[in-house]
Every structure is written in structure tokens, then in C-alpha cells.
Design a protein around this ligand. Structure first.
Ligand code: NAD
Length: 539
């Protein structure tokens, strides 16, 4: 397809549309300067990183890189501002969060355009990031007061002992995020951290730093204090290691391999972390599945964001009874997708983000084909559309010796498998070491929810690939097994950023024998009391 004209506040139009059939975009230098000026870095003291758009490889910006000293500076500033922030009321924080919510919706064109330029994704996928950030802001603005409220628990001696459980902010939270959902993954985990009274130092992926910087700018525009949310920029370990050395808690989203390295660094410092990692997510299409609906869900499940989505479907187990019909419809719907490297709404699937991603996806498909897998549709790069474009690809006949059988592809490639009985399908879906997301298509919702309990996955969606669970902010989201540690969203998503503090107040008798009572008599009295409390059914 040919690219359309860019528009919006960021761009100065195609550079040479007559000579280049693909679009070419540029960001206004002032706009870029305002964003890159937010990186905590000493101006001119270190090299910059050139960000290029995956749409056409055109340079977008030169982002200053933070040194370890810059990271320390950011941490010291965060610590100072956090002290005052922890004394603000949750109601005041909620007001700012709702202003941020409105600002994100108001500025959605600017955000989606920047996300498209930096990540190469389809505009509809970029809009989902806007929606998810707004939903997260609203959810925590409206619920944090109840999540964080001091809770009274029954005391040791009823009537004499009072115990209050407080939620104290951890302090400075580090957020390390990947490139695939650059707006939502840079922001959403940090919003509850702010609501809980913490400061944030964020380290986004080098390929998508501009989007993360725009997020930081919007937070400040919404009224959050300067320095409460800072962004450090640079390559993974170079910036990540000094960051982890100075924070009180880490939220990491990225690959399982990096997650394991980072977990060790956190363990060394005895700080907590939540890890949102990779997956090889299965979809089960049962014999009674609504086939057309399953085929539609399969397309979204496998090819949203060009498959560069941690909760996307890379394995589909389809019942014998519906296999042929399902494959027919799934392949037809896949072939009907509008492909294009463009910031237009009409595009269904955008490009992969980098040469590295293209190589990884190509290698998985070539390996599978060389070992006997069949390509039902797709199976090749599309340099005519963009430098890193790869077609949505459906494979059949994938076997355990092929790389794409059990390893995450993180691209638009899905393998189809036939099954005869459900127990076998569940066992195969549970193979491997991941456990992030799963999907079940069936006409019997109750059966789907029963099967969910047997699936080793942190989220399971019935008659939907991933949106129902992930899009429900009250529902905890995260991975079992090597897909992660801890949960984002819901109550767990905010309480992870707090220390629990129990405050006991003793009235009347102290917790020792009263004057004149021997230790032996006290022990007897205690025994009688304990038996009585048990008889009364007290916890
Ligand atoms: P990655 O692990 O290579 O990088 C993620 C982030 O970690 C980047 O910001 C990177 O700069 C940083 N990093 C890398 N090495 C580091 C180190 N040693 N110390 C500190 N920081 C370091 O991940 P990726 O390949 O870029 O992203 C894709 C992966 O992320 C996929 O596996 C995908 O499934 C996963 N992911 C998971 C979720 C989830 O919610 N579970 C969401 C999105 C992506």
C-alpha cells in the first residue's frame, strides 16, 4: 500500500513524497528538543542515541544518554520530592490523576502519532495505549483511597489490644519498560506507585524513549510536582544497574532472560520487584466454539501490534470437529488484513520495530519451514511496505524440534495444532515454562471458566483473546511460572508499592502476668482464654 500524508502537531509533512513512494516523517525540532530536554543527563557531556522510525528508518531524534552519575542525581532528587509527596492526601493525588486522565484523552492525536512514529505500530494499536493509560489513571484515582486505607484487625486480646495496619510508601520506585507498548508500559505501572505516595525514576527502552518522555511531560502538565517522575535514558545494563542500586522497589517489564538477571540484582539488595515477562500463549478452540467469532479473536490474538504483544497468541489448539472450518476462516481473515507502514487509521497491522525483531521472526519461520512446517499464509518479509515489515503468518505441522514450538517469537507468527480430547489440549497448552495468558473459545461459558482453572496462566480469557482480563483494571494481571512475579492492576498492582506496617496499641492489662500472678498461673489463664477463643470461632 502507499503511505498517506502525515498530519498532527508533530510533523512537518512528507520530505520527498514524489521520489519516495513510502511516507517519510519528521518531528518538529522544537518539539523533539522539549522532550529530550526532560532526560536526566548532563547536556553535551555524553553521547546521544539516535532514534530512527521503523516506518522508514528516518532519524527522529538524538536522545541524550544518562551516565551512572546522572542516575544518582535523579535518585537524589526523587528522594527529596518523595518526602513531601508522601504527606499529600490521597484525595489530592486523585485530583491530579483525573486531570492526567483528561489530558491523555485530549492529547490523543499527539500521543498516537508519536507512538506510531517511534514504534511503527498501527494507529488503532497506538490508540489502545491511550485508552489503557486513561483507564488506569481513572481506576487508581477512584480506588486508591480504599486500597490504601488503614485497616483495623482484631487484636490479640479482644477489647484490650487494638491493631491498625498501615500502608507506607516504599519510597523511590524504578520502572524499566520495553518498546512494544511504549506509552502504556512506561506509564501504567507507575501511576499506582504515585498514588501510593512514591516517586518514580523510569528507564524506558532506547528505541521508544520519546514516547516515555511525553508521558512524563503530561504528568507534570497535570500538576504532579517536577522531579516526582523522572526519566533516565540509555542502554539496559548501563542505566539499569545504577538505577537498581538506588531504588526501593523495581517494576520490570521485558524478557524472561533479562528478568532473571534483574531479579538477582534486586535479591542482592533485598528489595522487592515485580516482573512482567514473556509468554508463549495458547488459545483453545473447543468443539462447540462459535467458529467465526473464534477466527476473529484469533486474528486479533495473533496479529495485534504485529504479534509484538506479551499476551498475544502464538499457539492454537483446535478441536477436530471445527478444525477445517476454523482454519478456513482464520486464514481468510488474516489475508484480509490491511498491511502498511503508516500512521493512518486504515492500517490493521503495522511493522516490526527493528532489524533485530525482523531477524528473529524470519529465523523462526525459516527454521520451521526447513524442518517441514507448512505456511498457510504469510511467511515472508515485505520490504516494499517498510524496512522491517513481516506478513502475518500461520503455520501448520510445527513439531517440538522447531524453535517456534516452545520459544516466544514475539512477532506475527502462530502455529496451529489439532486436538481430539480436551484433557490432551489442556496438557499441551500447559507445556513449557511460561504462564502468562491463555484463551478458550466455547459456546459454554461455564465450561470455559472450569477449564481456565486447569490452565497455568495468570490471565485466561473466555471467548476473547486477551482484552477481557487485561482491559479490566480491577483484575490483577501477570504471569505464572517464568512469565513473571507479582501482579499489576487491581489491588495487588498498588499494594506492591507499599510496606505494610502493623501498629498495636495495648489498653488496660499489659501482655504479662498481672501483679501478684505467677508465670504458671498466667500460663493456665492463657490456656483457658485460647481454648475459649477457639470455641467462639475467632481467627
Ligand atoms: P528486554 O528484556 O531486552 O528489555 C526490556 C527493558 O529492559 C528495556 O528497557 C531494556 O533496555 C532493559 N534492560 C535490558 N537489559 C537490562 C539489564 N541488564 N539491566 C536493566 N535493564 C535492562 O525485553 P525486549 O526483548 O526488549 O521486550 C520484549 C519482551 O518483553 C518479550 O519477551 C515480551 O513478552 C516481554 N513483555 C512482557 C510484558 C508483560 O506484561 N508480561 C509486556 C510487554 C513485553
Amino acid at each position: 500500500m502507499t503511505a498517506s500524508s502525515p498530519r498532527g502537531p508533530l510533523t512537518d509533512g512528507p520530505r520527498d513524497p514524489e521520489h519516495d513512494p513510502r511516507a517519510s516523517w519528521a518531528l518538529e525540532p522544537d518539539y523533539v528538543g522539549r522532550l529530550t530536554g526532560r532526560v536526566v543527563a548532563t547536556p553535551g557531556a555524553q553521547p546521544t542515541h539516535e532514534v530512527r522510525s521503523p516506518l522508514d528508518e528516518a532519524p527522529l531524534a538524538h536522545v541524550p544518554q544518562s551516565t551512572p552519575q546522572d542516575v544518582e542525581r535523579a535518585l537524589a532528587r526523587a528522594r527529596r520530592v518523595q518526602e513531601a509527596w508522601s504527606r499529600t492526601s490521597v484525595a489530592e493525588r486523585s485530583r491530579m490523576m483525573l486531570r492526567f486522565h483528561d489530558l491523555v484523552l485530549d492529547r490523543q492525536d499527539e500521543i498516537t502519532e508519536l507512538v506510531c512514529l517511534e514504534s511503527g505500530k498501527a494507529r488503532k494499536d497506538a490508540f489502545l495505549e491511550v485508552a489503557h493509560v486513561a483507564m488506569t489513571a481513572r481506576y487508581y484515582a477512584r480506588t486508591s483511597a480504599s486500597h490504601l486505607a488503614t485497616r483495623r484487625v482484631p487484636g490479640m486480646f479482644p477489647g484490650l489490644t487494638r491493631v491498625d495496619v498501615n500502608r507506607i510508601p516504599k519510597g523511590v520506585v524504578g520502572i524499566i519498560s520495553p518498546w512494544n507498548y511504549p506509552f502504556t508500559l512506561a506509564l501504567c505501572d507507575g501511576l499506582p506507585a504515585l498514588m501510593a505516595g512514591n516517586a518514580v525514576v523510569a528507564k524506558p527502552d532506547s528505541q521508544t524513549t520519546l514516547t516515555a518522555l511525553l508521558g512524563a511531560q503530561l504528568l507534570e502538565e497535570a500538576g504532579f510536582p517536577a522531579d516526582l517522575w523522572q526519566v533516565v535514558a540509555g542502554q539496559g545494563a548501563e542505566v539499569g544497574t545504577p538505577l537498581i542500586a538506588g531504588i526501593d522497589y523495581l517494576c520490570f517489564t521485558g524478557s524472561t532472560a533479562t528478568g532473571k538477571v534483574i531479579a538477582q540484582q534486586c535479591a542482592e539488595r533485598l528489595i522487592g520487584c515485580s516482573l512482567e515477562l514473556g509468554g508463549k500463549n495458547p488459545m483453545l478452540v473447543l468443539r462447540d466454539a462459535p467458529v467465526e467469532r473464534a477466527a476473529e479473536g484469533a486474528v486479533r490474538g495473533a496479529f495485534s501490534n504485529s504479534g509484538q504483544l506479551c499476551i498475544s497468541m502464538e499457539r492454537m489448539y483446535v478441536a477436530d470437529q471445527v478444525y477445517d472450518r476454523f482454519v478456513d476462516r482464520f486464514v481468510a481473515r488474516t489475508q484480509a488484513l490491511a498491511l502498511g507502514a503508516s500512521t493512518d487509521w486504515e492500517v490493521d497491522m503495522g511493522t516490526l520495530i527493528s532489524a533485530r525483531q525482523l531477524e528473529a521472526v524470519t529465523a523462526h519461520v525459516e527454521d520451521a519451514v526447513a524442518k517441514g512446517a507448512r505456511v498457510l499464509t504469510g511467511g515472508k518479509a515485505r520490504p516494499d511496505l517498510g524496512p522491517y515489515y513481516y506478513e502475518p503468518t500461520v503455520l501448520e505441522g510445527v513439531t517440538p524440534d522447531m524453535a517456534c514450538f516452545g520459544t516466544e517469537t514475539f512477532g506475527p507468527v502462530v502455529s496451529l495444532y489439532r486436538f481430539h480430547d480436551e484433557a490432551d489440549a489442556v496438557a499441551r497448552a500447559n507445556q513449557g515454562s511460561y504462564g502468562l495468558n491463555a484463551s478458550v473459545y466455547t459456546s459454554d461459558g461455564t465450561r470455559g471458566r472450569e477449564l481456565a482453572r486447569q490452565l497455568k496462566a495468570g490471565t485466561v480469557n473466555v471467548n476473547e483473546p486477551y482484552g477481557a482480563a487485561f482491559g479490566t483494571l480491577a483484575a490483577p494481571m501477570g504471569g505464572m511460572r517464568e512469565s513473571g512475579l507479582g501482579r499489576r492492576q487491581g489491588q495487588e498492582g498498588i499494594l506492591r508499592y507499599t510496606e505494610t506496617q502493623s501498629v498495636g496499641t495495648q489498653r488496660g492489662l499489659p501482655i504479662r502476668p498481672p501483679a501478684g500472678m505467677s508465670e504458671e498461673a498466667y500460663a493456665k489463664m492463657m490456656t483457658v482464654s485460647l481454648r475459649l477463643l477457639n470455641k467462639l470461632g475467632r481467627a
